[in-house]
Design a protein around this ligand. Structure first.
Ligand code: ADP
Ligand code: ADP
Ligand code: ZN
Length: 221
């Protein structure tokens, strides 16, 4: 990506299954800034059996939101690491108004600010199919979809050649409606919050992955 106007501290917002992770991974490579997914961090904590992981597991499986305290502490710690100095793309955080306010405070203390908040919009009706078809490479984390993005060679990861794939415990039809409810009730109020600050951009995520990436680049250049 060219242009000196490219933002450094970005938030990628959007509903569960809307394509945030897919696009954030692409942006990370183009912009040379790290992709911070709070969902990935929480799943790592669950897998490692940490205290946070133990608290978060049942909440995540129910499609509800983990507490603001846990999330704010997690992001404060992560963004203090050296690899975040050049900037970062937040994916899945903030998800509540108190999280957004805590982030503002955290950045202000370092004399930093957000450059842009981008909402990838996708209608609810599409998300069930997106979520229930999702799987990822167990080794490198590359994302795939049963219908929209299968590995080039069936059963083999395009990126690392691994033959092991995983599906998320919360990617079920039952959990999707709870996650969508949480999104509309708790996360959607962040849109007017960021619009009022002049930071919000919206792009149509209900299209081919590459078309979405092109729009994102246009917004960030
Ligand atoms: P999605 O793919 O649905 O956007 P994520 O991987 O971002 O999901 O998050 C998975 C789950 O982790 C959420 O349903 C929620 O339980 C928890 N989670 C992730 N980020 C946050 C956050 N910022 N606040 C509260 N809970 C979160
Ligand atoms: P999120 O991080 O917002 O939860 P993901 O990036 O994991 O969403 O995307 C959810 C699923 O939908 C994945 O299986 C992904 O491969 C697929 N996907 C992502 N973007 C698109 C798109 N534009 N069209 C069709 N499928 C997509
Ligand atoms: Zn892989």
């Amino acid at each position: 990506m060219s242009g000196s106007g490219a933002g450094k501290r970005l938030i990628l917002m959007g509903p569960p299954g809307g394509g945030k992770g897919t696009q954030a991974k692409r942006l990370q490579e183009r912009l040379g800034i790290v992709h911070l997914s709070t969902g990935d961090m929480l799943r790592a904590a669950v897998a490692a059996g940490t205290a946070v992981g133990k608290q978060a597991k049942a909440v995540m499986d129910a499609g509800k939101l983990v507490s603001d305290e846990i999330l704010v502490a997690m992001i404060a710690e992560r963004t203090a690491k050296e690899d975040c100095a050049k900037g970062f793309i937040l994916d899945g955080f903030p998800r509540t108004l108190p999280q957004a306010e805590a982030l503002d405070k955290l950045l202000a203390e370092k004399g930093q600010k957000l450059d842009k908040v981008i909402e990838v919009t996708v209608p609810d009706a599409r998300l069930i199919e997106r979520i229930t078809g999702r799987f990822t490479c167990a080794k490198c984390g590359e994302g795939y979809h049963d219908k929209f993005k299968q590995p080039r060679v069936a059963g083999v990861c395009d990126v690392c050649g691994s033959k092991e794939f995983i599906r998320r415990a919360d990617d079920t039809v039952e959990t999707v409606s709870a996650r969508l409810k949480a999104y509309h009730a708790q996360t959607a109020p962040l849109l007017p919050y960021y619009r009022a600050k002049g930071l919000l951009e919206q792009i149509d995520g209900d299209r081919d992955m590459n078309a979405v990436t092109i729009d994102l680049e246009r917004v960030l250049t």
